[in-house]
Ligand binder design. Structure first.
Ligand code: ATP
Length: 446
């Protein structure tokens, strides 16, 4: 694992960031939200290819964490939740940033980010900052028509609590016993004071979290296991190990209930940044919810005739943040025959489309066979179909979308029943019989 900090120059930062953000807008990955109304700060919409890619990131996680295992089950819990949940979890009391207001320019600033506690960095005035107050990061709303205290609800700031409050439901219905996990993917909301760096930090984002419940004496072993698994996951999905590191938290960074936490970090253009945290949370969460709800949240081990509160290992990742890391890691430019080629070298499971079907011309002679090729391939993979523009430009477009294979139907297809398959990274071309195409692609897109 690499531990060398990355210190890119500010030019390099803006260069690769600008290029990726620009590509995202130009090709339909990510749009600034409410753009026709001037945008809404730090919210983004995922466009026609962005939604495919984000879905693929989530599917790849789900595949590894749920589909390919027998010890993890899924959950999709509510986003709106009553204060009691956040009271028990500690979020109402502790999920805060210390904030100061400037009486002069009205800026609201994070107290722990000030260079000089007496000077407003926004307007430069001295002595205008208020005392620091804790600002809760949870979005608060009211459920129902009356906005009184009894109707207060919160948008979840993490998906994790859904797993803890359903622990007994899952235990009673799924026939799982520790060690086992509950996995969830979904939106979370945090009223971040300093959102930014594109989709790295937004107020509305998606998380992919696993709560893995283990016998207390197995916690350390499972913590080590999940740290290794989660680090490997990013490599298996195409991120070069030189852009990743595992950073164990120092003792003073740990939450009071966590005996160990490590972050999977990615070399973002501005430096190392967290992609995912893996934490040994002990029995804190189940104990808290048992205390506050009055329900027993424990496991009875019949073989040992013993009752215990499982300990929890939590790998908590961001789907939108991971998508950004996959884009940055995949972005490449190279010179091909005197021209600049931009290519996203995405893993085939993460790329928006796996296959593009491209008839060389719009003549019926070719669009007919192209439709038949599309019908053969579409049930297996997400396909783009494009019959306009010169073929070279269509290849460039697919390169920028990260499509691993382009299938071209040309005039020879009519007589030889074969198509040209072009591979994105090497640009190598193979002639493949149409009736062999699905098996040819299956071998490569497994
Ligand atoms: P950070 O230190 O970056 O604020 P965190 O330690 O508060 O993150 P966790 O609460 O551990 O984050 O959440 C797990 C994951 O959720 C993070 O590793 C990140 O990938 C993602 N995440 C958290 N906050 C945001 C956000 N505001 N925007 C996008 N993704 C986020």
């Amino acid at each position: 694992m690499s531990t060398e900090p990355v210190e890119p120059t500010s030019d390099a930062v803006s260069d690769v960031m600008d290029k990726v953000v620009n590509l995202c807008k130009r090709r339909g990955f990510v749009f600034p939200s409410a753009e026709i109304y001037g945008g809404f700060r730090s919210t983004y919409d995922y466009g026609p290819v962005g939604v495919l890619m984000l879905r693929n990131v989530k599917n790849a996680w789900w595949r590894s964490m749920v589909q390919m295992r027998t010890d993890v089950v899924g959950l999709d819990a509510a986003i709106l939740s009553p204060p009691a949940v956040w009271e028990a979890s500690g979020h109402l009391a502790n999920f805060t940033d210390p904030m100061v207001d400037c009486r002069s320019c009205k800026a609201r600033l994070r107290a722990d980010h000030l260079d000089d506690p007496d000077v407003c960095p926004s307007c430069g005035a001295t002595g205008t900052l208020t005392e620091a107050r804790n600002f809760n990061l949870m979005f608060k709303t009211h459920a129902g028509p009356v906005e009184d205290a009894g109707a207060v609800a919160y948008l979840r700031p993490e998906t994790a609590q859904g797993m803890f409050i359903n622990f007994a439901n899952v235990l009673n219905t799924s026939r799982k016993r520790p060690p086992f996990g509950i996995a969830q993917i979904g939106k979370s909301f945090r009223n971040e004071i300093t959102p930014g760096n594109f989709v790295f930090r937004t107020r509305e984002f998606e998380q992919m979290e696993l709560e893995f419940f283990v016998p207390p004496d197995e916690a350390q072993r499972w913590y080590d296991y999940w740290c290794a698994e989660r680090y490997e996951w990013y490599i298996q999905h195409g991120i070069d190990p030189s852009m990743l590191r595992m950073r164990p938290h120092d003792a003073d960074e740990l939450s009071h209930y966590s005996s160990a936490t490590a972050d999977v970090e990615f070399a973002f253009p501005w430096g190392w940044g967290e992609l995912e945290g893996v934490a040994n949370r002990g029995d804190f969460d189940l104990t808290q919810h048992a205390k506050h709800s009055g329900e027993k949240l424990e496991y009875f081990d019949q073989a040992a005739n013993a009752r215990y509160i499982p300990h929890v290992i939590e790998p908590a990742a961001g789907a939108t943040r991971a998508m950004m890391a996959f884009l940055l890691a995949a972005y490449d430019e190279e010179e091909v025959r005197g021209e600049l080629r931009t290519v996203l070298r995405l893993h085939h499971r993460i790329a928006p489309y796996q296959v593009a079907v491209l008839p060389l011309s719009r003549k019926d002679e070719l669009t007919g066979p192209a439709q038949r090729v599309l019908e053969a391939v579409q049930p297996h993979w997400m396909c783009d179909y494009d019959e306009t523009q010169a073929i070279g430009r269509r290849y460039r477009r697919q390169d920028e979308l990260g499509t691993p294979y382009c299938v071209t139907i040309d005039f020879d297809t009519v007589t030889d029943g074969a198509v040209t398959v072009r591979e994105r990274d090497s640009m190598a071309q193979d002639r493949v019989a149409i009736d062999q195409l699905v098996s040819y692609l299956t071998e490569r897109l497994i």
